[in-house]
Design a protein around this ligand. Structure first.
Ligand code: ADP
Ligand code: MG
Length: 734
């Protein structure tokens, strides 16, 4: 009898276990049984051969149409070829051998059906599998498999190089036969939602008797995924309420009041509402735990600044954590500027109750760093802004009352906690801000331990951003027109971004650039593709010599030394650079209101939400913004459709749903959420919204009654596995 935690070797033997480990990284019975079939073949229904893609490892069901065998021309040995068909298309199976292959000829007789597994290649214009593995169906063999294949539905596992679908199926069969497990979802909940037992569900997903069986199994297993995750999140919420926090109620006549009076604009209704909620929560004696999500440009920063000032008025300090150095610098500059005399404590001209703003980044000089550390530790700095450098042990606060995390996508739960642990006893309040709006289910899953405030409107007086797709391949003249447009903007004293997916060959370049990791653009770049994506360094040189000659250009990318990065950003913000040629380092948060135009090269290489975020950099001031998405992707293709969608709407929620539909969920959840991604197999965040909501309710109720899951040992074990995986992913990245 085996449990899900047992190592596979005990159940299927050393050899098979090793193979599953090396091919698919499956180590326990649970790993194997949660390696679900990718799809199901219906017995007798042949695989559509036209759907196969070059280079893919596939398993197809097909009928043998004809076979040929001939000696090789230049060498000893023979070539045996079987042509298989789905009734329309054909696929050639090729086998080479040193000797004759009469036995294969007898085995692969025309008319037989079989499963064939291998990598798709093309030879002389015909699709083929070279040396496929195969399994003939119902060819009179009396093994257990024959019985399985007599069933209506044949599971097909994701194929890999070293292992075939039916080898996986063999191991699964053995594991299912000895499986003895407790259920992870409590009986009462199963009854309420008509869920079958876990063991039945695992049998049903791997060896379904019919489609109904499969549906029941998959619904139950989706529940497992949603429920496990929501239990973890509910536990985290409960744990958070157990902490105490210092109350920071609003103080009349303090820095916040002075700041509000100095604001050059009215807060939007959304900003006022979110601000009031936050102000109330800061006044409570347990930590606030809030996610502020909002449309690009909706004005999240000012809400954060107001919250920080309320805490400073209450005698505490606030830390603002930014994902990039560029963004930390920008926050530092703009907040210092907005506060004016309010941030000049101890300086000539500083206001009476003034505080100080400190900046801590990884790249600053020793003297600046020492000063910032001192200001944080002594409490002189009410506001401390920084990058990951804020998380280091050396950083101490006198009285940390609030942690603000900007553009949360890039930080994991552990990092949040690292910063919060600096608060001594009790915990600081926490405000997390997302870069772009996210669908409700993503919020519930990724940020499920936080309460949510949402900003949907943009401040009044914003001019809309117009977005156009520039089909560079079909209409090369349009690209010339795009550069012309930048010249016109510059002539009117306005500024532009040119965004490329790649940095390019610096002095240390290797032809493809060693910089691919920084950018999102390389994701689907196949080896040997026609040309590498456009690079910042190449394009800047070209523009300077040609279409943008005479304009003031600067480059910005992640490989620049930090002081040069900062200098470039400063020069651009100050208006002494007309065109900033850059990678996606400007993607999040950068705010230069005089920037009105953006050209994105190879725009098809970016995700939908990423493009939305990028174009949010322009049109932040009085002047209308324009964003030109340059692409060589074919009209009507999937990539072009995505770009057309970005051009067609300014609604970030619509686009983030689209993003989720089109891309792998892991990409959307972000690298910081890798653990959560790897636990989602059947669940899709969009389609299963209702199920996730139900699971969340049940999980919340269960955890409230039994926080440690003392009455649910199997569930507790499953939750431990989930947490371990999340932790392992985190360590791997660190
Ligand atoms: P995001 O939500 O994308 O982080 P920011 O906080 O950077 O947006 O705000 C974008 C710009 O809008 C900033 O220049 C900010 O000063 C300005 N802003 C914020 N709130 C308002 C408002 N209520 N009215 C006018 N401008 C505003
Ligand atoms: Mg922002």
């Amino acid at each position: 009898m085996a449990t899900l935690e047992d190592p596979l070797r005990l159940v299927i033997g050393d050899k098979a276990a090793k193979r599953l480990d090396s091919a698919l990284e499956l180590q326990t019975v649970g790993d194997l049984l949660r390696h679900y079939p990718r799809r199901y073949e219906t017995r007798g229904e042949l695989t559509d051969l036209a759907s196969l893609h070059e280079g893919e490892y596939v398993t197809v069901q097909a009928e043998i149409a004809k076979v040929t065998s001939r000696p090789m021309r230049n060498r000893r040995g023979s070539i045996f070829q079987a042509t298989v068909t789905d009734g329309h298309g054909q696929l050639v199976l090729t086998f080479f051998s040193r000797g004759r292959q009469d036995w294969r000829e007898r085995q692969l007789a025309p008319g037989l059906h079989g499963l064939f597994s291998g990598q798709v290649s093309t030879f002389r214009g015909r699709r083929q599998l070279a040396h496929p593995d195969y399994e003939l169906l119902g060819a009179g063999d009396a093994t257990a498999r024959a019985a399985e294949y007599a069933a209506e539905i044949i599971p097909v596992y994701p194929a890999a190089k070293e292992i075939t679908s039916w080898q996986v199926a063999d191991s699964v069969r053995i594991a299912l036969d000895v499986l003895d497990i407790e259920d992870t979802v409590p009986r009462a909940i199963r009854d309420r939602h008509q869920l079958c037992g876990l063991a039945d569900a695992l049998r049903g997903i791997h060896r379904p008797v019919d489609r109904g069986d499969l549906r029941r199994a998959s619904r139950r297993l989706k529940w497992d995924e949603a429920f496990g995750l929501q239990v973890v999140l509910a536990q985290r919420r409960i744990a958070a309420t157990a902490y105490s926090a210092t109350r920071r109620p609003r103080v009349r006549g303090g820095l916040l009041d002075a700041f509000d009076e100095s604001l050059p604009f009215e807060l939007t209704v959304g900003q006022q509402l979110a601000g009031a909620t936050i102000a109330d929560e800061l006044a409570l004696d347990h930590p606030m735990h809030r996610l502020l999500q909002g449309e690009v440009g909706s004005g999240k920063t000012v809400i954060a600044v107001r919250a920080m000032l309320q805490v400073v008025d209450g005698g505490g300090q606030a830390a603002l954590l930014a994902p990039t150095e560029v963004l930390a610098q920008q926050h530092f500059r703009s907040i210092t500027e907005q506060l004016g005399p309010l941030a000049q404590a101890g300086q000539l001209g500083g206001a009476d109750r003034a505080t100080r703003v400190a900046l801590l980044t990884g790249s600053q000089g020793a003297a600046a760093r020492r000063r910032a550390l001192l200001e944080a530790a002594s409490g002189t700095a009410g506001i401390v802004i920084g990058t990951h450098a804020l998380l280091e042990e050396a950083v101490q606060f006198a009285d940390l009352g609030l942690v603000v995390i900007d553009e949360q996508h890039r930080f994991g739960v552990e990092q949040r906690d690292a910063l919060r642990d600096k608060a001594g006893e009790g915990r600081p309040h926490l405000l997390v801000m997302t870069a772009t709006p996210i669908p409700r289910t993503v919020a519930m899953t990724v940020f499920g331990d936080l309460e949510v405030s949402t900003l949907t409107e943009l401040p009044a007086g914003r001019s809309p951003i117009r977005t156009h797709v520039v089909p560079a391949a079909e209409k090369p003249r349009y690209l010339q027109r795009a550069w012309q447009r930048l010249r016109e903007e510059a002539a009117q004293g306005r500024q532009c971004y040119v965004v490329c997916p790649r940095i390019g060959d610096g002095p240390a370049g290797d032809g493809r650039g060693g910089d691919w990791a920084e950018e999102a653009g390389d994701r689907d770049q196949a080896d040997g593709a026609a040309r590498p994506p456009v690079a910042v360094l190449d394009l800047a040189a070209e523009l300077e010599a040609g279409p943008l000659a005479g304009l003031r250009l600067a480059v910005l990318h992640g490989r620049l030394p930090p002081d040069e990065k900062d200098a470039a950003m400063l020069a651009f913000a100050a208006g002494s650079v007309d065109v900033l040629v850059t990678t996606t380092v400007v993607e999040v948060g950068v705010d230069v209101p005089n920037a009105t135009a953006m050209v994105v090269l190879d725009a098809d290489r970016f995700g939908v939400s990423q493009l939305h975020q990028l174009r949010g950099r322009v049109g932040r001031g009085r002047h209308e913004g324009v964003c030109l998405l340059v692409t060589e992707a074919e009209a009507g293709g999937k990539s072009r459709e995505r770009l057309d969608a970005v051009a067609a709407t300014l609604d970030g929620f619509t686009l983030s749903r689209l993003d989720l539909e089109q891309r792998r969920e892991g990409d959307v959840l972000g690298a910081a959420q890798a653990g959560r991604r790897s636990s989602l197999r059947l669940l899709t965040l969009l389609a299963d919204e209702k199920l996730i909501g139900l699971a969340r309710r049940e999980a919340t109720e269960l955890v409230a009654a039994d926080p440690a899951l003392a009455c649910e040992p199997a569930l507790a074990a499953a939750v431990r596995v989930l947490l371990d995986r999340e932790r392992a992913d985190y360590l791997e990245k660190a």
